[in-house]
Design a protein. Sequence first.
Length: 95
Amino acid sequence: MATEQDEFVMDYPIHPGTILAEELDARDMSRADLARHMGRPARLVSELLAGRRAVTAEIALDLEAALQVPAQFWVDLQGTYELTSARVKRSQLTA
């Protein structure tokens, strides 16, 4: 059984929107293009990229359909972001 010492623990939260922005750049795809492929408003994509919106299961499925990147990847990124944010906040409160 792995202990916390054995596991890699991030100390800086990275919002899934950061990774999404890199993916769009790599594909030379605009926000509007992604929104159109997702069947979602451009505002939603902008909020994701700005880190103001969480990647829900439904959004992850839309990203999967638009980008052929598994929905689980996006959900896992969101979970890691939330857990890391909570750890950082807790450490700041106890410091």
